[in-house]
Ligand binder design. Structure first.
Ligand code: ATP
Ligand code: FE2
Length: 328
């Protein structure tokens, strides 16, 4: 029987199947993952889910070995309940239910977007940040207000990462294209005009993608540079406005796109000019990962949240502000 808090978390909303193991002091004991990458075209949800099913046992075993724990040490199972792709979410949920039932320990479903925020809050020691969460499928500005994490701005169409990956695919770059675009952009220096799409607190990217693909007579380096400068400036604008409205002085970055050094620099500069602080977790905890799910499950459980098996159904459109946040 487990004597202290050790949570095993399962992430499986899209490409990544991850297993994280954390203890009650937010020490990440293991954070193993595998990634499905389509041979061509975009992600196929069924194929991704099959990939996760095939790899699940191996990733769980690796994580337990890394953490150097036995199954009896685990006190809680957490899993990504949504938002995400149905077949992938079901695979993660099934693995989580099986572990919880066979070990006889509680099960908690976690909102994936909130998990990005909670792992950053714990590891970067910030207390009340505005989270700029930019991944493949998601682009949101999230912060705590009146008992919930609320979305103050978001993309009206696709996530920025998906936009970069689509652009990269058309240019013949391997998936994921974000890191490639960052390298190319570093060699560009002519700003080509692209639509700057901010509406109130929301942003959109598909118009920029179309415009970038139709630019003729410019180098790929300059187009990559211009895509980054334009889209990152849009994100900085809405993040800064959220901070001003809410009177907050911390920005936390999350999601795979924040691995981009230029984005980090632009957000840091904005923070510096307002006397605010900017935090970014280590890269392995910015991208989708099991550790963030484990940690969020652990603090929810600690706050007294319990879920019956019936309450652990997946939710493809799980909104950040659907969750009543009782642990902050
Ligand atoms: P989610 O389920 O939250 O939408 P995801 O499956 O997209 O997540 P992440 O690992 O959070 O997974 O993000 C992956 C995205 O990050 C890809 O679109 C990739 O191109 C982008 N990315 C990774 N590194 C960089 C970089 N250096 N610059 C820009 N984008 C990057
Ligand atoms: Fe994510």
């Amino acid at each position: 029987m487990a004597s202290k808090e050790i949570c095993l978390g399962i992430e499986g909303t899209a490409h990544t199947f991850g297993i994280g193991i954390v203890d009650g002091s937010a020490n990440v004991l293991a954070n193993e993952y595998v990634m499905y990458s389509p041979k061509e075209g975009g992600i196929h949800p069924r194929e991704a889910a099959n990939h996760h099913t095939e790899k699940a046992a191996e990733v769980i075993r690796n994580a337990m070995e890394k953490a150097d724990i036995s199954k009896d040490d685990i006190s809680l199972i957490a899993f990504s309940q949504g938002p995400g792709l149905g077949p992938c979410l079901r695979t993660a949920a099934t693995a989580a239910r099986t572990l919880s039932l066979s070990l006889g320990i509680p099960l908690i479903g976690v909102n994936h977007c909130i998990a990005h925020l909670e792992i950053g809050r714990a590891l970067c020691h910030c207390s009340d940040p505005v989270l700029l969460y930019v991944s493949g499928g998601n682009t949101q500005v999230i912060s705590y207000a009146n008992g919930r994490y609320r979305v103050f701005g978001e993309t009206m169409d696709i996530g920025l990462g998906n936009m970069l990956d689509k652009f990269g695919r058309e240019m013949g770059m391997p998936f994921p294209a974000g890191p490639n675009i960052e390298r190319m952009a570093a060699k560009g220096n002519n700003l080509i005009q692209l639509p700057y799409s901010v509406k109130g607190m929301d942003v959109s990217f598909s118009g920029i993608l179309t415009a970038a693909l139709n630019k003729e007579g410019h180098s790929t380096e300059d187009i990559c540079y211009s895509i980054q400068e334009t889209t990152f400036a849009m994100l900085v604008e809405v993040t800064e406005r959220a901070m001003a409205h809410l009177g907050k002085s911390e920005v936390l970055l999350g999601g795979g796109v924040v691995r981009n050094r230029r984005l980090f620099k632009m957000v840091s500069d904005m923070c510096q000019s307002r006397g605010a602080e900017c935090f970014v977790p280590p890269p392995s905890l910015c991208s989708d990962n099991g550790a963030m799910i484990a940690w969020t499950g652990l603090i929810m459980h600690r706050a007294g949240i319990r879920m019956s098996l019936e309450e652990t159904g997946i939710n493809q459109r799980f909104r950040t502000d659907d969750v009543q946040v009782t642990w902050v």
